[in-house]
Design a binder for this molecule. Structure first.
Ligand SMILES: C[S@@+](CC[C@H](N)C(=O)[O-])C[C@H]1O[C@@H](n2cnc3c(N)ncnc32)[C@H](O)[C@@H]1O
Length: 275
């Protein structure tokens, strides 16, 4: 396992995924019922955008850093809320400066949104990142960090007793059969917990492979969000990605229909939303 999310934190893929994640959490948590959240591939939790890994790729500059510098006037509410969540995490490390210096990974965004009584399990397999994640939430009883295979945990923990849940599946795509593994995990999840909300991130390095994956997702209620930057798909550097959301909450589509084109405009790309 070579993948480290620290190289990519705050890039355009995180911007898409995390804007949607914040909105999913907001809508799901607006109901007065307990929620279970499972992050199957959680990463390290939080990232230093001035750190070695991040500086080496500079990917955040074309993602969160650019978005955070966009004028607030006319900004869709979902984007403003995502930026507020990033800024709130960043402020823990000192007074606000010129753009974010620290970036919250999915576990931090989830944790910030949870209410007392909600439950959150975050899985991370990589030893160093699992340790960082454990440190990030040390003493926090609302978060259960497991150094474990998120696909196995998904199988073991669904359906949750709460009967309301959000499952984020965000694998690193280091192995050739990741699309197959992902599709299998989604099938297993839906078989156990058909009403759960699933947010599934995927890279678009090969248009046909990504389209085949999406077409194979056998779920009547779903929304697919895709973001393409200017670069050529398949030309080495990741230039496009998607997030498939199964059983999205009410009005998620409206929020994303506003947010996606705005994000694409600021980042210099194209967005697409389809059922
Ligand atoms: C794309 S990153 C996650 C980023 C995170 N979800 C976020 O949005 O901030 C994928 C992570 O999955 C971890 N990983 C790889 N295989 C795994 C598995 N089978 N189970 C759990 N974690 C895994 C990698 O070490 C990596 O940290």
């Amino acid at each position: 396992m070579n993948y480290r999310h620290g190289y990519h934190a705050g890039n355009f893929a995180d911007v898409l995924k995390h804007t949607a994640l914040c909105e999913l959490l907001r809508l799901l948590l607006s109901k007065d019922k307990k929620l279970f959240v499972l992050d199957t591939h959680a990463g390290a939790g939080g990232y230093d955008l001035g750190g070695q890994l991040s500086v080496r790729t500079g990917e955040a500059a074309a993602g969160i850093v650019r978005l955070a510098a966009a004028p607030r006037e006319g900004m869709p509410a979902a984007v403003a809320r995502y930026l507020a969540a990033v800024a709130a995490y960043d402020r823990k490390f000192g007074p606000a400066g010129g753009g974010p210096r620290r970036y919250p990974g999915s576990p931090r965004l989830v944790r910030a949104a949870l209410r007392p009584g909600d439950r959150f399990v975050a899985c991370e397999l990589h030893g160093e990142d699992a340790l960082a994640l454990k440190r990030e939430f040390a003493g926090d009883r609302a978060v259960e960090v497991r150094q474990a295979d998120g696909y196995k945990v998904l199988k073991a923990m669904l359906p949750p007793p709460e009967r309301r849940g959000l499952v984020l599946i965000d694998p690193p795509f280091e192995v050739a059969d990741e699309f197959e593994r992902l599709a299998r995990a989604v099938r297993q999840g839906l078989r156990r917990f058909a009403t759960g909300c699933y947010a599934i991130w995927y890279p678009i390095k090969d248009e046909a492979a990504a389209a085949g994956f999406v077409a194979g997702l056998d779920a009547p209620k779903r929304l697919v969000l895709e973001l393409r930057l200017g670069g050529e798909v398949g030309a080495g550097k990741l230039a496009a990605c998607g997030l498939a959301v199964i059983n999205p909450p009410w009005r998620f589509d409206e929020a994303m229909a506003e947010a996606l084109p705005f994000i694409a405009g600021v980042l210099g790309g194209k967005a697409e939303m389809k059922a």
